[in-house]
Design a protein around this ligand. Structure first.
Ligand code: PM9
Length: 462
């Protein structure tokens, strides 16, 4: 038997959506109008859209067929039960509370578990996760490995929790002040970096001995499971689906944005093991999302997510999904562009601090680089640095994370290898012209999650 050496997509294309290249003059007007924030561009003015992998997935023919099976009854939709079955089978959580997307689940969880004054550790912050913890009155503490903050470190599991950091926090504030630890798999802002199964198990053992709950951010847990299969000693023989289940066994609950791993355009859920906690969450879901059997989703959305969950754990899917991310990343590495190492699961992260060395952090190099990339090529990326990190709610000072990154996020089943080649050429071009990129300053700064709607102007203009 001959072995294929490279991966290929396990699908063929049935429907296409035209995209259009703009002129340099058009892009200059668009980025200025958008206040140099790629979130404020119209998608019609974007050529290749790598803003996010969230809700940008292409659904399969089976998922589209599932949409026609939408049971839009207000209560007890059969699609809810299909979703509950899929979550139980692949994630193992007996109680399911559907939400419109991931942050809906984070909102409910923060409200039912946090008492003002609490402390919540996590393996690096995520924007929406932390803001819900803070709005509920908790302080977030980063307990990820030091290596996660170093874009050049080749540690294979940069998402791991540093148990010494966790222990130091728990000793300082007392276990009763720590309602849960939030463990993300993979870690988005570290570069899509995975957590080891053995690390998750150690975290669970440590926390459960102290009555601290473990909550998994399962948004990209399937991608994490693939890394475990590929890299963790002794795990190669296990299927991605089996590893996902083993990961979830470490957790008391999970928040999920189905818009990523689960191959849909909208949807999320909160999964729990404890019946009384699930009851508390169901009381709140009807206030903030919708009835407990739809949680802000249409029946058809739940059906598409149930089918997407099954497709997401297929080995050929996940190998080609991450294969494409790594194809782009390797091409950029070959072109000499500084990127976060090792390559992660959902995106290639440009090291803006290493690319725009002459721009001070106060001029937001990653924001400036994302704007420059759009201007040069029509490729849309996302800032993941100081703008995303926001201000410390206590001091009001800008937070400057060690990582100042631009994320080239790959939607699932959407773009081809040729698109990735064009992206490589585009980034290489901006890299060559990096001396010309101007820093930015705020002209409008929202109070929360500022990166979504902030506006900027180039430093030197007023
Ligand atoms: N992540 C992303 O682009 C959507 C926009 S927020 C910048 O990466 C994790 C790890 C996420 C995530 C969203 C959410 C929230 C929770 N955890 O967007 O509310 O990456 O469905 O999920 C985005 P929702």
């Amino acid at each position: 038997m001959t072995h294929r050496r490279s991966w290929a997509e396990p699908w063929k294309i049935k429907v296409v959506e035209p995209i259009r290249m703009t002129t340099a003059a058009e892009r200059e007007a668009h980025i200025r109008e958008a206040g140099y924030n790629t979130f404020l561009l119209r998608s019609a003015d974007v050529y290749i859209d790598l803003l996010t992998d969230s809700g940008t997935n292409a659904m399969s023919d089976r998922q589209w067929a599932g949409m026609m099976l939408g049971d839009e009854a207000y209560a007890g939709s059969r699609n809810y039960y299909a979703l509950e079955d899929a979550v139980r089978e692949f994630y193992g959580f007996p109680y399911l509370i559907p939400t419109h997307q991931g942050r809906g689940a984070e909102h409910l969880l923060s409200k039912i578990l946090i008492t003002p004054g609490d402390h919540v550790p996590g393996n690096m912050y995520f924007t929406t996760t932390r803001v819900h913890q803070e709005l509920a009155g908790a302080t977030f503490h980063d307990v990820i490995l030091d290596e996660a903050h170093d874009p050049a470190s080749e540690h294979p599991f940069k998402g791991d929790v540093d148990l010494d950091k966790l222990d130091a926090l728990v000793r300082e504030v007392g276990a009763e002040q720590v309602p849960y630890i939030s463990v993300a798999a993979t870690v988005n802002l570290a570069g899509g970096q995975p957590v080891q199964l053995s690390n998750l198990r150690r975290v669970a053992e440590y926390c459960h001995a102290r009555k601290i709950r473990v909550i998994l951010d399962a948004t990209r847990a399937v991608e994490n499971a693939w890394f475990i299969q590929q890299r963790e000693p002794g795990m190669h023989q296990h299927s991605v689906a089996a590893i996902l289940k083993l990961m979830c066994e470490c957790a008391d609950g999970a928040t999920m944005s189905g818009k990523k791993d689960s191959l849909v355009n909208i949807g999320g859920w909160l999964g729990l093991r404890d019946a009384s906690l699930a009851e508390a969450a169901r009381e709140l879901v009807v206030v903030f999302e919708g009835l407990h059997t739809y949680g802000g989703l249409a029946g058809r959305d739940m059906e598409a997510m149930a089918i997407g969950i099954r497709e997401s754990v297929e080995e050929s899917h996940i190998a080609s999904r991450i294969g494409q991310v790594h194809y782009l990343g390797q091409r950029l590495i070959d072109a000499g562009v500084p990127v976060v190492r090792p390559l992660g699961g959902h995106a290639v992260f440009l090291d803006a601090a290493a690319i725009l060395t002459r721009l001070p952090r106060e001029q937001f190099p990653a924001q400036a680089l994302a704007a420059a990339l759009y201007l040069e090529s029509g490729v849309r990326a996302m800032e993941r640095g100081a703008v995303s990190a926001g201000r410390d709610p206590k001091t009001g000072e800008n937070r400057y994370p060690a990582l100042e990154l631009v994320r080239l996020t790959i939607p699932r089943r959407v773009y081809t290898q040729a698109h990735m080649d064009v992206v490589t050429e585009s980034v290489a071009e901006v890299f060559a012209l990096r001396a010309r990129v101007q820093g930015l300053r705020f002209t409008y700064e929202p109070n929360v999650l500022r990166f979504f709607q902030a506006r900027f102007e180039p430093v030197g203009e007023s």
